[in-house]
Design a binder for this molecule. Structure first.
Ligand code: AP5
Ligand code: MG
Length: 221
């Protein structure tokens, strides 16, 4: 059983790497951003609330986010492990996650921090495309789809994300890097944080993440 968290700044490659790692380990990906975008697409009350927050570049309030995400974590497909992309994003979320996992005899095994300097990230957003059906991630320059505008995996349409506009990207960086450092410190304190160089090719980063997950477990805490 493996519960691994992917941490990293906006654009670091969490959504690109999560499905690769999940396929290698045979566990599902639970992605907070995809959950939220699903709510927005459904037109639910929660969707209307979080749409404005996401477009502003701020984080969704902890209580709402924890309720949504921990309900997803409770579903049976995650019983044997999962790759978490985008949750936790704050220290209170990390504590809520530990609490929820402990209640079902699980724990976070690894927190993998994908490190990319901000100046390298900015160029990734303008070219990013995601698919409407499954949130699969592409890039016009760095990871183009096989057929223009169509997802390789499920054939759905590729679109730009509403929060990838330049001003929102700047706000996301300003709002979210502080909490990211808090969460990284939290897992560093538990002895389970593993930093990985995210500036290399997608395949090289994937190989490092898999090796990090398969490294001998940290001593009991
Ligand atoms: P979320 O969807 O999680 O966005 P994010 O954290 O800002 O991260 P991104 O999805 O932008 O980047 P990524 O690291 O997944 O990079 P990707 O693989 O796409 O969250 C969206 C919003 O929801 C937040 O702003 C917040 O409002 C809210 N939210 C979500 N979770 C929350 C929480 N827990 N609490 C509160 N609020 C929350 O890669 C980026 C691009 O780079 C792609 O085009 C990709 O093809 C390319 N790329 C990837 N790797 C490489 C590489 N090695 N070389 C070159 N290009 C690469
Ligand atoms: Mg993502």
């Amino acid at each position: 059983m493996t519960v691994a968290i992917l941490l990293g700044a906006p654009g670091a490659g969490k959504g690109t790497q999560a499905p690769l790692l999940a396929a290698s380990l045979g566990v599902p990906v639970l992605a907070s951003g995809d959950l939220l975008r699903g709510e927005v697409a459904s037109g639910s009350d929660i969707g209307r609330e979080v749409d404005a927050i996401m477009r502003s570049g701020e984080l969704v309030p902890d209580a709402l986010m924890a309720r949504l995400f921990l309900a997803r974590l409770d579903r049976s497909d995650a019983a044997a492990g999962a790759i978490l992309d985008g949750f936790p994003r704050t220290r209170p979320q990390a504590e809520a996650l530990d609490h929820a996992l402990a209640a079902s005899g699980r724990r976070v095994d690894r927190a993998l921090l994908i490190e990319v300097p901000i100046e390298d990230l900015i160029g990734r957003f303008a070219g990013r495309l995601i698919c409407k059906a499954g949130g699969h991630v592409y890039n016009e320059w760095f990871k183009p789809p096989r057929a223009w505008g169509v997802c390789d995996v499920d054939g759905s349409e590729l679109v730009h994300r509403a929060d990838d506009a330049e001003a929102t990207v700047r706000a996301r960086m300003e709002q979210q890097l502080g909490p990211l450092h808090d969460v990284a410190d939290y897992y560093r304190g538990q002895g389970i944080l593993i930093p990985v160089d995210g500036t290399r090719s997608i395949d090289e980063v994937a190989a490092s993440l898999l090796a990090a997950v398969r490294a001998p477990p940290a001593p009991a805490r």
